[in-house]
Write a protein that binds this ligand. Structure first.
Ligand SMILES: *[C@@H]1O[C@H](CO)[C@@H](O)[C@H](O)[C@H]1NC(C)=O
Ligand SMILES: *[C@@H]1O[C@H](CO)[C@@H](O)[C@H](O)[C@H]1NC(C)=O
Ligand SMILES: *[C@@H]1O[C@H](CO)[C@@H](O)[C@H](O)[C@H]1NC(C)=O
Ligand SMILES: *[C@@H]1O[C@H](CO)[C@@H](O)[C@H](O)[C@H]1NC(C)=O
Ligand SMILES: *[C@@H]1O[C@H](CO)[C@@H](O)[C@H](O)[C@H]1NC(C)=O
Ligand SMILES: *[C@@H]1O[C@H](CO)[C@@H](O)[C@H](O)[C@H]1NC(C)=O
Ligand SMILES: *[C@@H]1O[C@H](CO)[C@@H](O)[C@H](O)[C@H]1NC(C)=O
Ligand SMILES: *[C@@H]1O[C@H](CO)[C@@H](O)[C@H](O)[C@H]1NC(C)=O
Ligand SMILES: *[C@@H]1O[C@H](CO)[C@@H](O)[C@H](O)[C@H]1NC(C)=O
Ligand SMILES: *[C@@H]1O[C@H](CO)[C@@H](O)[C@H](O)[C@H]1NC(C)=O
Length: 355
C-alpha cells in the first residue's frame, strides 16, 4: 500500500515537473541545427551543442534564443561578436564575384547561398535574427521560402548587393531590420507588406528613389544611405507613423509639410540631406511631435510650430534643433529654440547668420 501510494506520488510529481507539451525536435530539424553550427564555424554560443542537447529547452541568453512550437523551431535568434561594416577598420576587399571578405567576416569558403538553403528548410520560422555573425554575400531570393516569417533581423553583417524583390511576398512580416550591411541598388517595392510595422534599412548604400512602403508603418529608419529623391507626397497617408529617420542621405526638394502634422508622429530626423525651399512659418505640428532635427539642409526659411509655443507653458521639454551649421553658409535666418521663459512663453529664438 505504502509502495503504491509512493509510486502514485512519484507519478504525479513527474507530471508536475514535465513541461506541458514535450517539444522534441524532429531528427531532421536537429540535423539542420548541427549544419548551422558547422557553417558558422562553431561560434561560441553554439559550441555546447551535443547529440543529446534538447534544443527546445536550452538556456536562453542574449546571444542565442531557440523557441519551439509543436516540434518545430519557430524562433532562432543568434547574435555574434563580429564587427559590422560601420565599425570595421579593415576595408573589405572584393573577392570572387565582387563579394567582400575580410578578417572580420566569415572566411572565403562560407557561401551564403548554402547557408540559407539549410535555413529555409526550417520553414516554420516566425522570428529569425542573425546579427553580427560576419555573414557576407548576397541575400538569396529563396528567403521567400520562410513564409511564416514575422520578424527578420540580419543587421550588422556584410551582406551586399540588392535586397531581393522576393521579400515582398513575406506578407506576415511585422519587422524587417537589414541595418548596417552593404546593401546597394534600389529598394524593392514593399507596399505588399501590409503587416509591416517597422523597417530599418539604415547604414547601407541604398539609392536612389525613396522606397515604396505600406502606409501602416510606425517606424521608418533609412538613415545613412544614398537616397537622392524627394519624399513622396504619399507620406501624408502614413497615419500610424511615429518615428521617421532619413538623416544622412541626399534627399532633395522641399520637405512635405504634412510630415509634421501626421497624427501619430513623434520623432523626425531629416538632418544632413539636401532638402531645399521654404517651410511655412505656421506649420501645424502634431501634438506628440517632440523631436525634430532639420539641420544641415538647404532650407531657406525658419519653421515654428505655433502650438509648441503654447505647450511650453505646460511641462513639456520639447526638443527641436535647427542647427546653426547650415551648409555653404547660405544666407538663412536660423532659429534656435530653447526653454528660457519670455512673457509666459518658454521659448526663445535667436537669429543667426545673414538674413
Ligand atoms: C551524433 O551522433 C552521430 C551518430 O548517431 C555521430 O556520427 C555524430 O558524430 C554525433 N555528433 C555529435 C556532435 O556528437
Ligand atoms: C569573439 O569571441 C571569440 C571567443 O570568445 C574571441 O576569440 C574573438 O576574439 C571575439 N571576436 C571579437 C571581434 O571580439
Ligand atoms: C500569416 O498570419 C496569419 C494570421 O496570423 C496566419 O493565419 C497565417 O497562417 C500566417 N501565414 C503563414 C504562411 O504562416
Ligand atoms: C536586431 O538585433 C540587434 C542585435 O541583437 C538588436 O540590438 C536590435 O534591437 C534588433 N532589432 C529589432 C527590431 O529587433
Ligand atoms: C552593388 O554592388 C555590387 C558589388 O557588390 C556591384 O557589382 C553592383 O554594380 C552594385 N549595384 C549598384 C546598383 O550600385
Ligand atoms: C551617418 O551619417 C552621419 C552624417 O549624416 C555621419 O556623421 C555618421 O558617421 C554616419 N554613421 C555611420 C555609422 O556611417
Ligand atoms: C499622444 O501620446 C499620448 C501618450 O503617449 C497618447 O495617449 C495619444 O494617443 C497620442 N496622440 C496621438 C494623436 O497619437
Ligand atoms: C498663421 O496662422 C494663423 C491662423 O492659423 C493666421 O492668423 C496667421 O496669419 C498665420 N501667419 C502666417 C505668417 O502665415
Ligand atoms: C541634429 O543634427 C545636428 C547636425 O547633424 C547634430 O549635430 C545633432 O547632434 C543632432 N541632434 C540630435 C539630438 O541628434
Ligand atoms: C516636469 O517634467 C519633469 C521632467 O520630466 C518632471 O520631473 C517633473 O515632475 C514635471 N513637473 C510637473 C509639475 O509635472
Amino acid at each position: 500500500m505504502e509502495i503504491f501510494r509512493d509510486s502514485v506520488l512519484c507519478f504525479l510529481l513527474f507530471l508536475v515537473i514535465l513541461p506541458p507539451s514535450i517539444a522534441q525536435l524532429s531528427p531532421s530539424e536537429t540535423r539542420i541545427l548541427f549544419q548551422i553550427q558547422q557553417i558558422l564555424e562553431y561560434l561560441e554560443a553554439l559550441q555546447g551543442w551535443k547529440n543529446w542537447t534538447s534544443f527546445c529547452y536550452l538556456h536562453q541568453s542574449p546571444y542565442l534564443v531557440i523557441v519551439c512550437s509543436e516540434n518545430h523551431i519557430t524562433e532562432f535568434s543568434l547574435v555574434g561578436n563580429r564587427t559590422s561594416p560601420s565599425q570595421s577598420h579593415i576595408p573589405p576587399k572584393p573577392t570572387s564575384g565582387n563579394l567582400f571578405v575580410s578578417q572580420e567576416t566569415l572566411p572565403d569558403k562560407f557561401f551564403i547561398g548554402s547557408f540559407f538553403k539549410v535555413l529555409t528548410k526550417l520553414s516554420n520560422f516566425k522570428v529569425l535574427s542573425l546579427v553580427s555573425l560576419g555573414l557576407w554575400g548576397q541575400l538569396p531570393a529563396t528567403i521567400n521560402r520562410l513564409k511564416s516569417l514575422e520578424k527578420l533581423n540580419i543587421s550588422s553583417n556584410f551582406i551586399s548587393g540588392e535586397i531581393p524583390g522576393s521579400i515582398s511576398v513575406l506578407t506576415n512580416l511585422t519587422s524587417l531590420v537589414l541595418a548596417d550591411n552593404l546593401f546597394n541598388g534600389s529598394v524593392p517595392d514593399m507596399k505588399s507588406l501590409q503587416s509591416l510595422q517597422e523597417i530599418d534599412l539604415s547604414i547601407n548604400r541604398l539609392g536612389l528613389e525613396f522606397p515604396s512602403m505600406s502606409t501602416n508603418l510606425a517606424t521608418i529608419k533609412l538613415k545613412n544611405n544614398s537616397l537622392r529623391s524627394g519624399i513622396p507626397s504619399e507620406i501624408k497617408d502614413f497615419d500610424l507613423l511615429q518615428r521617421f529617420d532619413v538623416s544622412g542621405n541626399k534627399l532633395v526638394c522641399p520637405i512635405p509639410s504634412p510630415l509634421f502634422s501626421l497624427p501619430s508622429i513623434q520623432y523626425l530626423n531629416l538632418d544632413d540631406n539636401q532638402f531645399n525651399g521654404a517651410l511655412s512659418l505656421n506649420l501645424s505640428c502634431s501634438v506628440n511631435l517632440t523631436f525634430v532635427n532639420i539641420s544641415r539642409n538647404f532650407l531657406i526659411r525658419e519653421i515654428i510650430c505655433l502650438h509648441w509655443i503654447k505647450r511650453q507653458q505646460s511641462n513639456c521639454t520639447e526638443f527641436m534643433e535647427l542647427s546653426d551649421k547650415w551648409r555653404f553658409g547660405i544666407s538663412t535666418p536660423v532659429f534656435l529654440l530653447s526653454e528660457r521663459s519670455i512673457g509666459g512663453y518658454s521659448l526663445e529664438y535667436e537669429s543667426r547668420g545673414a538674413v
